[in-house]
Design a protein around this ligand. Structure first.
Ligand SMILES: *Cc1c(COP(=O)(O)O)cnc(C)c1O
Length: 408
């Protein structure tokens, strides 16, 4: 996948597909995300563009991976994933959400949430099937929908006074008798929105009415802040039977480079994902899988402390952005805050992001880059910039300090 968005800084950017590449992928060349990361490296700006932590995950997790590696967990794990991880995922879904997927038929370990999503789209969509997706959208979604030969039907999340909300009329209008799948993401990257019970209920009702499968990317499930609650759509009445829930260790345990993810849901849907997954990577992460299994069983305090620490950093960066003159919508979850530079006199987020290293020595990414050009979401977020706060206090403080230059 193409952009380096939310991936390691050293990740080389994919070359443009060029005339040799298949037609359906030609519009997915290097993007503004790649440009911003290169800009950060070239100028020495503080990079708050890419969403990966600059500190390691829990020590026990790292030690468990080392121990697994030393004890010989270095060959192909089972195609479904190691049993202890599938069992841990099942326990996790029960402990947090009251769901209880069968570890042998209803859980599949994947190469990150990315592969789970890719294999779900490729395994469930015929060419021409429609996929309803929230926009702004994680950069991989449009590319994967195109790769599957499916048709994207976007529903904008529109800025409100204090956050973002689903455009309900647009949601209803996005469904048709060709809708095969709804690709949800909550907590939502890039807006930091946690979909409300009302919003989820409407999605559920429409998915049921149109007999669509819901694939829900919940990689930020544990990074939710005070006053908000993440509710998997699979817990709504009648939804477990049509929902594939995707998550991964990367964000929860600050190990984005490990690429250990999983998908859970009804056996026939999981089998459809597996049919594709077995020929994409087959398997991955042998020594990481047992370590992640143990981490999923960590006491509740671990998860709440992680979220609390991240919330503190959210507030630190949000305060810095506000005092630099940005309008800030406080995110309910994720690694990201969206800032509005309109009060500072900027109405084009892309333009601002290109100039921000020179103006203030900081890099962010324009929210419009997560949108189809010309669409409602692109219009509504034209000025907005996404910054990540999953960085150390020192880095965030330095960024806040530098951003004050915008006031002058
Ligand atoms: C980071 C991210 C992913 C990638 O997850 P992996 O487990 O690294 O594949 C997927 N979805 C969203 C919304 C993300 O922000």
């Amino acid at each position: 996948m193409s952009t380096g968005l939310d991936r390691g800084a050293s990740t080389p950017v994919a070359a443009p597909p060029g005339p040799a590449g298949v037609r359906r992928m030609r519009r997915f060349g290097p993007t503004v995300f790649a440009e911003m990361s290169a800009l950060a490296q070239r100028t020495g700006a503080v990079n708050l563009g890419q969403g990966f932590p600059d500190t390691d995950g829990p020590g026990s997790l790292l030690e468990d991976a080392v121990a697994a590696l030393r004890s010989g967990a270095n060959q192909y794990p089972p195609g479904l994933g190691v049993p202890e991880l599938r069992e841990a995922v099942s326990r996790h879904q029960e402990r947090w959400y009251g769901l209880r997927p069968d570890p042998d038929t209803e859980v599949l370990v994947t190469a990150g949430a990315s592969e789970a999503t890719a294999a779900a789209l490729l395994g469930l969509c015929e060419a021409g099937d429609e996929v309803v997706v929230l926009e702004p959208a994680y950069d991989a979604y449009p590319a994967l929908i195109a790769l599957a030969g499916a048709v994207q039907r976007s529903v904008p999340l529109l800025p409100t006074a204090d956050g973002f909300a689903l455009d309900r009329a647009a949601l209803e209008a996005a469904f048709s008798d060709r809708t095969r799948l709804v690709l949800l993401n909550t907590p939502h990257n890039p807006t930091g929105t946690v979909l409300s019970d009302d919003e989820l209920t409407l999605v559920a009702r429409l998915a049921a009415r149109h007999d669509a499968v819901v694939v829900t990317d919940e990689v930020y499930e544990h990074l939710v802040f005070t006053g908000h609650r993440h509710r998997p759509i699979a817990t709504l009445p009648g939804m477990a039977e049509r929902t594939l829930t995707v998550s991964s260790a990367g964000k929860t345990f600050s190990v984005t480079g490990w690429k250990v993810g999983w998908v859970s849901g009804p056996a026939p849907l999981v089998a459809a994902v597996r049919a594709v997954k077995q020929f994409l990577t087959y398997v991955n992460g042998a020594p990481f899988q047992p370590a992640v299994a143990k981490a999923l069983d960590l006491p509740g305090a671990f998860f709440t402390e992680q979220a609390g620490d991240l919330q503190r950093r959210r507030d630190l960066l949000s305060e810095g952005l506000r005092s630099a003159g940005f309008g800030v919508r406080t995110p309910a979850g994720t690694y990201f805050v969206v800032a509005d530079p309109a009060p500072l006199g900027f109405d084009d987020g892309t333009e601002l992001c290109r100039r921000l290293p020179e103006l203030a020595g900081v890099v962010g990414v324009p929210v419009s880059a997560f949108c189809e050009p010309g669409g409602a979401a692109a219009g509504a977020s034209a000025a907005l910039v996404r910054f990540t706060f999953c960085k150390s206090d020192a880095v965030l403080l330095e960024a806040c300090d530098r951003l004050q230059a915008l006031r002058r």
